[in-house]
Design a binder for this molecule. Structure first.
Ligand SMILES: Nc1ncnc2c1ncn2[C@@H]1O[C@H](COP(=O)(O)OP(=O)(O)OP(=O)(O)O)[C@@H](O)[C@H]1O
Ligand SMILES: [Mg+2]
Length: 210
């Protein structure tokens, strides 16, 4: 049975699509069969998949489903028939859709930037995941090298029972560049720190998914 990881966060622009594509590329490199499901009408994930198909001269190394609210559950199930890991990209605020995507998930990955508004949105997203009976992990994204409210945000949410992955993702231009090319930073020649972070995040998520 395929494992389903849903990337969700009610706050827009937290890094759902970016981190999903990065982890997907790392899983593919590790030999996993990956299927992606785009539930966001903005279709950013579809853009990455298109760029990847171009970069690979049309030979896409993943399965892709452009889905919508009323087809979500069926598409996630179908995606599971074609892959070891299904990764679901959610829009920001989308109540009914988010619930369906969480219900289908073995793991909900919640990217959050180290800021108060992200912390508040994370709290709401975690509550929703708990109501749907889904295991959830928060990933701190765009973390500055030092300082900032990251520690405070994490402590606050941990006190309420939130679970974080240990890996923190820095604010790195390499992610935006790789996205344009339909790649993961682990697939680019100078992946650097970004590639190290994604390798560590992928290993952690694989451990949680079992
Ligand atoms: N770690 C990072 N370092 C640098 N830029 C980042 C990082 N994570 C995300 N970004 C940038 O932030 C912007 C928003 O990221 P992304 O689209 O992944 O967020 P999202 O949660 O999917 O947004 P939406 O809610 O609109 O779907 C993008 O321009 C992306 O390149
Ligand atoms: Mg997105």
């Amino acid at each position: 049975m395929a494992m389903v990881a849903t990337f969700a966060q009610q706050k827009g622009g937290s890094g759902k699509t970016t981190l999903l594509t990065q982890v997907a590329a790392a899983l593919i490199a590790a030999g996993r069969r990956v299927a992606l499901v785009d539930l966001d009408p903005q279709r950013s994930l579809a853009g990455w998949v298109d760029a990847r198909a171009r970069a690979r001269h049309g030979e896409l190394d993943l399965a892709f489903f452009e889905s919508s609210e009323w087809r979500a559950s069926g598409d996630i199930r179908r995606a599971g028939g074609e892959a070891d890991v299904v990764m679901v990209d959610c829009p920001g605020a989308a109540d009914v859709l988010l619930r369906a995507a969480m219900r289908a998930a073995d793991l909900v990955v919640i990217p959050a930037q180290p800021s108060a508004p992200d912390a508040w949105a994370t709290r709401a997203t975690l509550k929703m995941a708990a109501r749907e009976g889904a295991l959830a992990r928060v990933v701190l994204n765009r973390v500055p090298p030092r300082g900032g409210p990251g520690e405070t945000v994490e402590r606050l949410l941990r006190d309420e029972g939130a679970e974080f992955v240990e890996t923190r993702i820095g604010n790195r231009i390499a992610f935006a560049n790789a996205f344009l090319e339909g790649l993961g930073v682990t697939e680019t020649p100078r992946g650097g720190k970004a590639a190290e972070e994604i390798a560590a995040l992928t290993a952690e998520l694989r451990a949680v998914l079992g």
